[in-house]
Design a protein around this ligand. Structure first.
Ligand SMILES: [Zn+2]
Ligand SMILES: [Zn+2]
Length: 172
């Protein structure tokens, strides 16, 4: 998402209001695929504090995920903050300062937004708090059906194994 900074760069002490609808790029992180449903909304401000530009915004959108227990696909609403200091490449700043450098009079915020998303995204979504998950023995979805496997208490540590077994049987 490209933001035109030409007015705010010259407006010392000024503030630019932003409200942009944009397409968030699907991304993969630590083996998880994150796919977005429809456009996201970027709302916030860029303030010129005379030395740099302060970006403060919130991104809201819809994310397509799978239940961490039963793998059911679902859509969840997400909202995360984006907070950065933007510094022009010819300005004075030290290498170790945590700033985003831009050149010219515009900035592409796509990478900044994706990084903020990954820092804030929850790794675990459940279709419901009491999702029964998959049977660790035969892999059926216990929300939809029951099976004749022995009903032992499932240690949460086995859930991961059940997931792996499910994935293995999916790829067969
Ligand atoms: Zn579930
Ligand atoms: Zn079973």
């Amino acid at each position: 998402m490209l933001i035109d900074l030409s007015d705010i760069i010259k407006d010392y002490g000024g503030k630019l209001e932003l409200c942009e609808s944009f397409e968030m790029q699907n991304t993969t992180f630590l083996g998880e695929d994150f796919a977005f449903e429809g456009p996201c909304l970027f709302e916030g401000t860029i303030q010129n504090n005379t030395k740099s530009l302060e970006l403060e915004a919130n991104v809201t959108g819809k994310l397509s995920v799978r239940c961490a227990r039963c793998a059911k696909p679902m859509i969840v609403s997400i909202c995360f903050p984006v907070s950065e200091i933007l510094v022009r490449e010819d300005a004075e700043f030290t290498e170790d300062e945590d700033v985003v450098v831009y050149s010219g009079s515009s900035i592409d915020l796509s990478e900044v937004i994706t990084n903020s998303f990954l820092m804030n995204v929850s790794g675990k979504y459940l279709c419901s708090e009491d999702c029964k998950g998959l049977c660790p023995h035969c892999g059926v979805n216990l929300n939809e059906t029951s099976c004749s496997c022995e009903k032992d208490i499932i240690d949460p540590r086995w859930e991961k194994l059940a997931e792996i077994m499910k994935n293995m049987s999916d790829t067969e």
